[in-house]
Design a protein around this ligand. Sequence first.
Ligand code: SAH
Length: 347
Amino acid sequence: MTDIKSMSRPDLAAFLSELGQPRFREKQVFQWLHRGVERFDEMSNLPKSLREQLEERCTLTVPQIARKQVSKIDGTIKYLWELADGNCVESVLMRYKHGNTICVSSEVGCLMGCAFCASTLGGLVRRLTPAEILDQVIFTQKDSGLPISNIVMMGIGEPLDNYDNVMRFLALVNDPDGLNIGMRRISLSTCGLVEKIDRLAEEQLQLTLSVSLHAPDDATRSRLMPVNRAVGVDRLMESCRRYFDKAGRRISYEYAMVDGVNDSDWQADRLAALLKGQGAHVNLIPLNNVEESPLKPSRRVAAFQKRLESHGVTCTVRRKLGGDIDASCGQLRRKAMGAAASYNKKL
Ligand code: SAH
């Protein structure tokens, strides 16, 4: 069976031409897929015989809403989607002044093992297909009735660990005949896989790259993020500088503030020195409590911010949305897994 929504446009065109279809059919099918049809039979401008052929040969992914929570505070909506194989991922729709923004997941679980993160507690189950990433945008928009203009790839999983599928997703969601979401309205967040950052620089995409730094020194970063043990902060920063030079886009650095671990003045000074000359932006994130983790939120966020700014680093503190609905990714899936172990089906 062909996963038709994951196909690139040239592949879709070749597939339909093999079925003996005229060239204009490709655009019709593509548009239906991106509007979120749930059955091929809904593609009402296609001949019935073609709809039947598609039904026989293709899978049409339609995630089911396993849970939905709406924040009473700020209207943030969180979805837990059940995929065709019973696995679950989360998406969060945030309502900003500059437009509705969805945070999407790229994998079921995560391989990276960051000490503060709920998504990685059960390890990596599997990577999502392009269609499964895209479906989060399509079906969130369809269910909520809210037009989505911005995407952040900051949900469950490490997007650069699922590189090819994420690149395909970006091309699909950017397509003018599909959701037409501009690259400048998309952010991709990575824990810092240097070879993949170098590869991404070659693609020359206009998206915003966010790097989860969380510490400016190897001892602290390796403690918080096992991925640092093999590479180290210096090599990561070299790769970030190459990205900045090549792609011409400033990197945004994420820094989750952990009490007594990465929130001291010397670390602010070291961080500022590290980012010198990059025009970089730092996003300080108040740590979200994860029950299973002994790490606690820092009480020095404002002082750390002031110290960074005294070195000329531009820096914002992330506003917390959906605080009443566990909106931070990974948490809802964890809860659901506790309720029903079958949510974590290994293939
Ligand atoms: N794997 C990617 C994207 C997913 S996480 C990455 O590492 O960037 C999105 C952001 O949330 C990352 O910066 C991540 O480090 C951060 N994060 C994870 N758990 C958190 C927590 N408990 N509190 C605050 N930020 C957290």
